[in-house]
Design a protein around this ligand. Structure first.
Ligand code: NAD
Ligand code: TYD
Length: 341
């Protein structure tokens, strides 16, 4: 591998991956291909913007011509796909873009790669494709029972990878990551949303009883696992990547408030998310046993550092919380918060 296309590399996890690839693999050229939707942000790539091994192309993964042009111009030999519509609440309000990007976009990338003879394709998926599990942990062979339009569209993308591996022999790999947190995460997901709201002493809208369970994974560990699978993963294989740190949402909220020295009176229990998955949990046995990956960060240390990053980097998030963000905030939370008063 020499030239790697990182689609969705201007987003939260993709930009961490691009920054790490530049730092850890100095012989690679990293080309970020990103549409710059509301979630895409070139500020995330500022730390590498002057690096000669980095290039940026603005483009849409559903656009065959733009994808093929970029693959050819940069002589790409591996694709790592992060590009997605990624927020469950937005998928409930408006699923259309999810089907386009997370299903059709994955197909366009695969088909362009096949046409141009690019055989290495890694796809970044999510534990949400499994659906909810009341107890125990999901393994890679378990059935997929996605419950939100987001999760269903991600499962659809994965199925296209499977087809391109089985039918055309493409060297595909998939990682299913759990709830990821860290710097540069768009402030709509619970951690950055609650941190930045609490910094401004604003109410934190916790869905339902707040007893839903998520498995928390630090973004650096997530990207390290993707790097491992990209280099060592077996063709056609799927690998879970969990943080092995389950918490109720209310516990995550308490941790954030405590780290910021803010009162618990900021918490508002609001109307639940429709179809809300109660618990996600998965085992890392396979990636640990077969590829030797293990995580390097504890939740406590990494979440404390993340809270501190948001405290120190208002320049990054204040400008995001304007315009379209406020429209989404209103659609998602105005009525919920009014009813909770
Ligand atoms: P994000 O929303 O922060 O970033 C998504 C990026 O994709 C943005 O830069 C956006 O501009 C780009 N994009 C969207 N549509 C595009 C299109 N049609 N063409 C080109 N670019 C497009 O998302 P994230 O949290 O960084 O997630 C990255 C990937 O990891 C996604 O595939 C997501 O499903 C997966 N994932 C996320 C988590 C999590 O907790 N955030 C957990 C597991 C898996
Ligand atoms: P989120 O960060 O949206 O990730 P996902 O839906 O992919 O797990 O949500 C994490 C959990 O936090 C989920 O159970 C929903 C809950 N949540 C709230 O209670 N309030 C909120 O405002 C948000 C955004 C999420």
């Amino acid at each position: 591998m020499q030239n790697i296309l990182v689609t969705g590399g201007a987003g939260f996890i993709g930009s961490e991956f691009a920054r790490r690839m530049i730092a850890n693999h100095p012989s690679y050229k990293v080309v970020v291909f990103d549409k710059l939707t509301y979630a895409g942000n070139l500020d995330n790539l500022l730390p590498i913007s002057e690096n000669p091994n980095y290039a940026f192309v603005q483009g849409d993964i559903t656009d065959h011509a733009a994808v093929e042009r970029t693959l050819e111009e940069h002589a790409i030999d591996a694709i790592v796909n992060f590009a997605a519509e990624s927020h469950v609440d937005r998928s409930i309000l408006n699923p259309d873009a999810f089907i386009q990007t997370d299903v059709v976009g994955v197909y366009v990338l695969l088909e362009s790669a096949r046409k141009l003879g690019i055989n290495r394709f890694h796809h970044v998926s999510t534990d949400e494709v499994y659906g909810s599990i009341p107890e125990g942990t999901f393994r890679e062979g378990d059935s997929l029972e996605p419950n939100s339009p987001y999760a269903a569209s991600k499962a659809g993308g994965e199925m296209m990878l499977r087809a391109y591996h089985v039918t055309y022999g493409m060297h595909t790999t998939v990682t299913r990551g759990s709830n990821t947190f860290g710097p540069y995460q768009y402030p709509e997901k619970i951690a950055p949303f609650f941190i930045t709201e609490a910094l401004d002493d604003r109410p934190l809208p916790l869905y339902g009883d707040g007893m839903q369970v998520r498995d928390w994974l630090y973004v650096g560990d997530h990207c390290d696992a993707i790097d491992t699978v990209l280099h060592k993963g077996a063709p056609g294989e799927i690998y879970n990547v969990g943080g092995e740190h389950e918490l109720h949402n209310i516990e995550v909220t308490h941790f954030i408030l405590q780290a910021l020295g803010k009162p618990e009176t900021l918490i508002r229990h609001v109307a639940d998310r429709p179809g809300h998955d109660r618990r996600y949990a998965l085992t890392n046995d396979k990636i640990r046993r077969e590829l030797g990956w293990s995580q390097q960060h504890t939740f406590e240390e990494a979440m404390a550092a993340t809270v501190e990053w948001y405290r120190q980097n208002e320049w990054w998030w204040r400008k995001i919380k304007t315009g379209e963000y406020l429209d989404f905030y209103k659609a998602q939370y105005a009525e919920r918060l009014a009813q909770a008063e």
